[in-house]
Design a protein around this ligand. Structure first.
Ligand SMILES: Cc1cc2nc3c(=O)[nH]c(=O)nc-3n(C[C@H](O)[C@H](O)[C@H](O)COP(=O)(O)O)c2cc1C
Length: 501
């Protein structure tokens, strides 16, 4: 027995020594291969579990049909049009959230639909009134079938409202009421109230003192435009250009709360059909809001894939696009040889080619030899130029040929007794007595704090006629006084502030 125990112990000692020697020699490869095996097993198990989960889901009954449904009518339209250019129709619609994501039992809330319109020859006004009556009936039906209370839709003429009351923030009279905006507008390539309205939207978006999307508390918005295909056959030529601009600015101001794609129609041809489609879409959206409390995922573009893409990458410039195109169109129509001062890049080579063109005087560098060429000096902003039209449309009064005045929104605000700008808080400067004036409408900078828009002429050198300061300075003062006197009629303005102007 003793002998057996001894021999086993000796055997064990030999094996143990061998095992330890082996371990010391091969421990690193052993550890690494163990890890590798464990990771492989773990990965295999993980993949198997996933595959099992997928296989639990029953296959869709008709995958082809489902895919077609998801792509929606856009693809259908693409197939139908077969690449041909046809008038754009309202396509797409509300992308509803999956039922699990929806708040199926929304708290009781009140919704007020505001229908804004503008009209010169009454077509839009009449249509907007009929539309609002029809909408009132629909909202009544929704109210009776859901827990949402729709207040009677209100119709508002853009010519008679204060934009500050509706387009800087949604109205706040009743905190329980949420607003939904509908805009029905024509397009005019002449000066109308819509130019001021568009300017207001643009200024509000670009005003660094307020949020870039101050209308985001709105439930949603949608725009319908009337145009004339006889005079403006395509969108490129200006069909419904102002409705398209309004739609884009509203998308920016609301943080992309476009509830239904922009509708466009020509009263002489397809307006009835297009408006009917748009109305149905809007009503469908309102019903969805009443049932779920939200817009769902909203509509990114107009349902047109191309437009949605463009909007994803666009920035500020896309909205100026229509205005710039309009200016170009006007230049083409006139076929004049006037240079657009905003397009200095294009005009410089012309100046070099033609001997009788004005040469630039660069004040920032010194030339060794004085130029012998006789310069033909032109006006910076001639009265018949597109730049003149564009600047006056923006609210400038052009003084002489290169100076200008404009009323800043803080000046207007101070005249209404609604507060002055930081200059008042810091230095006690009364905003209602300010005079925003410049002796040069051309500026090479686009300063954040400037009261001018960035669309004025841009130039780093002076190559225009110079007005005598003795005439332009008093003229600027007169122009400012004349402009501010327009506010004398405004009931919201404080007479004491006006008198001090
Ligand atoms: C002077 C003038 C300019 C117009 N400019 C455009 C235009 O640039 N683009 C467009 O699509 N329609 C244009 N139209 C057509 C109007 O937008 C269209 O007739 C609209 O239905 C008028 O609406 P209203 O009667 O409500 O003012 C213009 C019409 C006139 C009289």
């Amino acid at each position: 027995m003793d002998h057996d125990t001894w021999s086993l112990r000796a055997l064990w000692n030999i094996y143990a020594t061998d095992i330890f020697a082996l371990w010391h020699t091969y421990r690193i490869p052993i550890i690494l291969s163990t890890f590798a095996i464990l990771i492989t097993i773990r990965t295999i198990l993980h993949l198997r579990v996933n595959r099992e989960r997928v296989s639990d889901t029953p296959p869709p009954a008709s995958p082809t049909l489902q895919a077609a449904k998801e792509k929606g009518p856009v693809e259908y339209l693409e197939k139908k049009t077969n690449g041909e250019k046809v008038p754009r129709r309202i396509v797409g619609g509300l992308k509803k959230k999956k039922s699990s994501e929806e708040n199926l039992v929304p708290a009781e809330k009140k919704i007020q639909v505001l229908v804004f319109f503008s009209s010169l020859t009454t077509t839009t006004e009449k249509t907007a009134k009929v539309f609002t009556e029809g909408l009132a009936q629909c909202t009544k039906d929704i109210t009776s079938s859901t827990s949402t209370i729709f207040l009677e839709p209100e119709i508002l003429d853009l010519s008679y409202i204060d934009y500050d009351d509706y387009f800087i923030n949604p109205p706040k009279a009743d905190p329980e009421v949420q607003y939904f905006y509908l805009l029905i507008v024509p397009t005019y390539n002449i000066d109308t109230v819509l130019d001021n309205y568009l300017e207001h939207l643009q200024e509000t978006h670009n005003d660094f003192r307020i949020d870039t999307a101050p209308l985001s508390p709105l439930l949603g918005y949608s725009v319908f435009g009337f145009g004339d295909r006889e005079g403006w056959p395509t969108e490129e030529e200006g069909f419904c250009s102002q409705a398209r601009d309004i739609d884009k600015w509203m998308a920016k101001l609301t943080g992309r709360k476009r509830a239904f794609p922009l509708g466009m129609g020509d009263p002489k041809t397809d307006a009835v059909e297009r408006l009917r489609e748009w109305k149905e879409g809007v009503e469908d959206t309102l019903r969805h809001i009443a049932e779920t409390g939200s817009l769902g995922e909203g509509v990114a573009g107009s349902g047109d894939a191309v437009e949605s893409d463009v909007e994803d990458v666009d920035d500020e410039d896309d909205v100026l696009f229509e205005e710039q195109k309009l200016a170009k169109r006007k230049v083409k129509e006139k076929k004049g040889d006037l240079n657009d001062l905003e397009d200095l890049g294009g005009s410089i080579p012309k100046a070099e080619d033609a001997e009788d063109e004005a040469l630039e005087v660069d004040f920032t560098t010194y030339s060794k030899k004085p130029s012998t060429t006789t310069a033909v000096v032109k006006e910076m902003v001639p009265k018949n130029s597109p730049t003149y039209n564009s600047l006056t449309k923006q609210g400038y009064t052009i003084v002489g040929s290169h100076s200008g005045v404009k009323i800043c929104r803080w000046t207007k605000s101070a005249m209404r007794g609604r507060g002055s700008c930081y200059k008042y808080s810091f230095y006690g400067i009364a905003s209602h007595q300010c005079m925003e004036t410049t002796p040069s409408l051309s500026c090479s900078n686009k300063c954040v704090f400037c009261w001018r828009h960035g669309t004025n002429p841009v130039g780093t050198t002076w190559r225009w006629t110079v007005d005598p300061p003795t005439s332009s300075s008093p003229a600027s003062r007169q122009a400012t006084t004349r402009k501010s006197k327009c506010y004398a009629e405004c009931p919201a303005c404080e007479q004491s502030a006006l008198q001090k102007q």
